[in-house]
Design a protein. Structure first.
Ligand code: HEM
Lengths: 537, 394
């Protein structure tokens, strides 16, 4: 591509506005009053080419305006997503299609229809995030490369028009400034400027690395977004819920039968007023406050190969108390305490003769794994013909079970007694008894329940975490570089009897001016003026 | 210990209050004489009072920590008071960078409102529920508050800029919006005034009402019901409400908002009546001496300092904690989403300023909006949109 040779001899890439070395304007329009110093007038691809389709796409994504629009649209969409709760936070027993309309009226219905109830997994929301990512990459490449080229090529003695085009610029008229310049140099060194000198010209510079800041932080963001993308690959991310009863041992889902977990007990503790009297007021008002949710578990590992149909041989790996904020970690997995619930575990019934109400024996039915036949002695036997763990009636009025969880257990009993040896049938559900084949002499009377606590645990494997951590770390480093340091440059030239001084910073002009004040104090060189300020007044 | 703690907070409040006239004196002095000395004395006393107040405020924080056994950042009262503490801290820091007394004149009243606002919530020391029992609570919340406080300074500087810059000779869009911002600040004062008032009279009204699922509920109002709940029956209390809210709206909160805004309107009219001009116009002379560019730079600089702190506290530490406590570092909980929105907003702010050259007035408005988002997250999201972060019992 054609290159531009400046009067100073430096050869600049096509599209350069200010000579990389001496700072002279190359556009031929003459220097404007104040130079735009943002990218040192370097040749940015987006400003130079606009012919092919690729150029146009590149230019679109390298525009900060487009970037800002993408950010603002994402921001507004995210906000709308919080007007009503997301689907994952609504009660599970109501279907979402009804919940939003019922609770919030027509706005809720609209919300549901437009998909805002699952906003953050909508395809268009993900595309927005992806577009921000593309924009970040293009934008950064478009600027970073030419900017650092220019900063590297910069010469010490800048052109007259460059000096005059700086926002902070001043001329001190006079004669011999050798002493003054020496003093200024000393002061600048004290302020940790790096000083270069050429033909009566000085360039003092510090904090150039801070110009890397935005690009470093953008790289961090890109790595972070990359991590989010990786989650869609199988095996990188596992997320399972484990419901496990006290006393139960089960295979841990998602581990391919390699690990088993046993729940020894679930512990719920509440705060006691006596522990810390500072809490007594609060506890009086709110009642019990939970202090600890804990599941004591034993982790087992399978021994040898998995044999279908056979109970695996297990080796005890670890005993652990899982608490909130204290997950059990093993291999690449972690198990978290999420929640708990109380469920029915057993029901007791007594066989009675209806007329006399005489008890003839009690049975205890385990609801997970009920025994089908109970011998009560003296010729009394009870059989379970049918068991409905989650009892309901279907459209035709026939008994069905909605699930395998004992939420609403019901039984069809057959009672064999010495005087009714052929048996009597009755259906017993909570608070109702039906005798489908005529009036019975005996009944199964409800005699109490037993409950157990189910720990609700979450199993996670997340091989992408370190990528997020790395991205976050790089982002923070870049952000700090760009925010807490500034790139300051001061040019001093002896032109004949006069001293020219110009200065530039990428941000925090007030700080630069204060620094100039101290550096120039007592040297006889005038403080340059801030031409923005003059213009503003 | 808890007693001492409350007293220290009271002392801090009084010290901040007494610093305000001195900051006022510091900027007035310059008008009268050009000599440096008296100016310095006013400003020195003002900053001294502020720092003593800060020490007392810090004392409150430490003693309460000792009493509770955990960092007092676990409920709304504690968080907001701590946010006030950080704001004063950030102000002191910025003050020593730029030495502009007028900033104190803007920040300290805001801090007073913040502390008083905090006092409207339950001040009991409450025990920590299991998810909060970790040092990440302290690390996360303290950094967030610090970041937000620095961003609050950016708001204060922007406000100064706007008061100074906005043309008050004729009504225009800018000065009307400025009045809106000032009016909203007065409404917070309004909220505090009515809360204190009705609290002093132990006002209470209880309704029996029907929610959107047709179930009966009862609700207790702390302010006379202008708006009653759906099919509400007054069980206790005197006034019948004028209007009834539909079932899907939280009538009690709406009622509080209406009371606060109404009181805000009264306060606003009163102020207009006293000064006989827009509040913005009445405040304008106070900013006579400040350099516009400086106010603009302080505002921008505060964003630049505060944004990384906010990112670290709200997003990074928040994510680490969420990963440990809830097994996922991000869950689209409303409070999380609003932290993300705040972050995106300030990112957009920085880009607009850097690339589109949005300096001065536009930049100041952005700083105001940014702070409004932070306040929205603090107030509305906590109280209205309930999620994992809503502090229990607040
Ligand atoms: C949420 C996403 C983003 C964040 C958090 C972010 C953050 C930042 C920060 C903190 C700066 C430094 C600003 C300053 O020092 O005042 C910056 C600069 C910049 N950003 Fe971004 N950015 C994001 C997205 C983007 C996008 C999508 C683009 C592309 C259009 C972009 C283009 C730029 C440019 C061109 C600069 C200026 C670099 C310079 O002049 O040295 N950023 N960004």
């Amino acid at each position: 591509m054609e290159r531009i040779k400046c009067g100073c001899g430096h050869v600049n890439p096509h599209g350069t506005l200010l000579c990389e070395a001496c700072g002279r304007s190359l556009t031929g329009t003459g220097a404007p009053e104040l130079l735009d110093m943002r990218y040192e007038g370097s040749a940015r691809r987006s400003q130079t080419y606009n012919k092919t389709f690729i150029d146009k796409v590149w230019n679109f994504f390298s525009s900060v305006k487009v970037g800002i629009w993408l950010i603002v649209i994402t921001l507004i969409a995210s906000g709308i997503g919080t007007i009503f709760p997301q689907k994952m936070y609504i009660p599970q027993f109501v279907p979402a299609s009804e919940f939003y309309e019922q609770k919030y009226g027509w706005p809720g219905k609209l919300y549901y229809i437009l998909g805002f109830h699952e906003l953050y997994s909508q395809w268009w929301y993900m595309i927005l995030i992806a577009l921000i990512g593309v924009s970040l990459v293009v934008c950064s490449l478009d600027r970073a490369v030419p900017l650092f080229r220019a900063l590297k090529a910069q010469r010490v003695d800048r052109h007259e028009s460059f000096m005059k085009g700086q926002r902070i610029f001043g001329i001190t008229k006079g004669e011999n400034f050798d002493e003054a310049v020496k003093a200024v140099k000393r002061n600048l060194k004290k302020k940790r400027y790096r000083i270069r000198e050429e033909n009566h010209a000085i360039l003092a510079e510090k904090g150039r690395f801070s110009r890397w800041g935005p690009y470093v932080n953008h790289i961090g963001l890109i790595i972070f977004l990359f991590g989010a993308m990786l989650r869609f690959f199988p095996g990188m991310y596992v997320d399972e819920v484990i419901d496990i009863k006290e006393g139960e041992r089960k295979e841990i889902p998602g581990t391919d039968g390699e690990y088993y977990l046993e729940n020894k007990q679930f512990i719920l503790e509440v705060y006691d007023e006596k522990e810390n009297e500072a809490f007594s007021e609060a506890l009086k008002k709110t009642g019990d406050v939970a202090k600890n949710y804990q599941t004591d578990v034993v982790l087992y590992k399978r021994k040898g190969e998995r044999v279908p149909g056979a109970e695996a041989g297990l080796i005890k790996e670890k005993e652990y108390s899982i608490q909130v904020n204290n997950p059990l970690k093993f291999d690449q997995y972690a198990i978290y305490q999420m929640d708990f619930k109380t469920v029915l575990s057993a029901m007791n019934f007594v066989l009675v003769e209806k007329e006399t109400n005489e008890p003839l024996g009690e049975i205890n039915i385990s609801l997970d794994n009920p025994k089908m036949r109970y011998n009560l002695g003296n010729g009394y036997t009870v059989e379970i013909l049918k068991y409905y763990p989650d009892f309901d009636l279907d459209d035709e009025g026939l008994p069905v079970t909605l699930s395998r969880d004992p939420n609403n257990p019901a039984f069809v009993f057959e009672m064999y007694t010495p005087d009714k040896p052929e048996g009597e049938i009755s259906l017993v559900a909570i608070q109702q008894t039906v005798e489908p084949v005529g009036e019975n002499k005996y009944k199964m009377q409800f005699a109490g329940i037993e409950t157990k606590t189910v720990s609700i645990l979450a199993l996670r494997k997340d091989l992408t975490l370190w990528i997020f951590a790395l991205g976050g770390l790089i982002f923070l480093i870049g952000l700090s570089l760009g925010s807490y340091w500034n790139h300051r440059r001061i040019w001093i030239q002896q032109r004949g009897p006069d001293i020219w001084l110009a200065a530039h910073t990428n941000k925090n002009w007030y700080g630069l001016k204060r620094e100039l004040q101290t550096v120039l104090a007592g040297t006889g060189i005038n403080e340059p003026e801030d031409r923005n300020e003059k213009k503003g007044k | 210990m808890a007693e001492l703690s409350s007293n220290l907070l009271m002392i801090a409040f009084i010290l901040y209050l007494s610093a305000i006239p001195f900051f006022g004196g510091a900027i007035r002095q310059k008008n009268i004489s050009k000599t440096e000395k008296p100016l310095k004395i006013w400003a020195t006393v003002a900053i001294f009072l502020t720092m003593t107040g800060f020490a007392a405020h810090l004392g409150y924080f430490i003693t309460r920590w000792l009493a509770a056994g955990h960092a007092p950042v676990s409920n709304l009262f504690e968080f907001i008071t701590f946010f006030g503490l950080c704001t004063v801290g950030a102000f002191i820091l910025i003050h020593f960078l730029y030495r502009t007394p007028v900033l104190g004149l803007a920040v300290l009243p805001v801090v007073l409102i913040i502390i008083a606002y905090a006092g409207m919530f339950s001040r009991d020391i409450s025990p920590l529920i299991p998810p909060l029992q970790t040092y990440w609570l302290q690390i996360h919340v303290i950094t967030v508050a610090l970041g937000q406080a620095i961003l609050a300074i950016s708001f204060a500087a922007a406000l100064i800029f706007l008061v100074k810059k906005v043309d008050q000779t004729r009504r225009n869009k800018s000065n009307v919006w400025l009045e809106v911002v000032l009016f909203l600040m007065l409404s917070v004062v309004g909220f505090i005034v009515v809360s204190v008032l009705f609290n002093a009279f132990h006002y209470s009204a209880v309704f029996q009402w029907t929610n959107q699922f047709g179930a009966e509920e009862s609700v207790e109002y702390g302010m006379p019901p202008l708006i009653g709940p759906n099919e509400g029956q007054l069980v206790k209390g005197q006034f019948e409400p004028f209007l009834e809210a539909p079932a899907i709206i939280d009538a009690k909160k709406l009622n509080t908002v209406i009371w606060s805004l109404s009181t805000g309107i009264i306060l606003y009219i009163l102020t207009r009546f006293i000064f006989r001009k827009r509040i913005g116009a009445a405040l304008k002379p106070l900013t006579g001496n400040i350099n516009e560019d400086l106010a603009d730079e302080i505002s921008y600089r505060s964003v630049l300092i505060g944004f990384p702190v906010f990112t670290l506290g709200a997003l990074v530490f928040g994510m680490i904690w969420a990963q440990i406590a809830w097994s996922r570092f991000w869950g689209w909980d409303p409070k999380e989403v609003w932290a993300l929105i705040t972050w995106l907003f300030y990112a957009a702010f920085l880009h607009l300023r850097l690339s589109k050259g949005w300096h001065g007035e536009r930049s100041a408005w952005l700083a105001v909006i940014g702070f409004a988002i932070i306040m929205f997250n603090l107030v509305a999201v906590n109280l209205v949109i309930k999620g994992l972060h809503s502090y229990a019992g607040a």
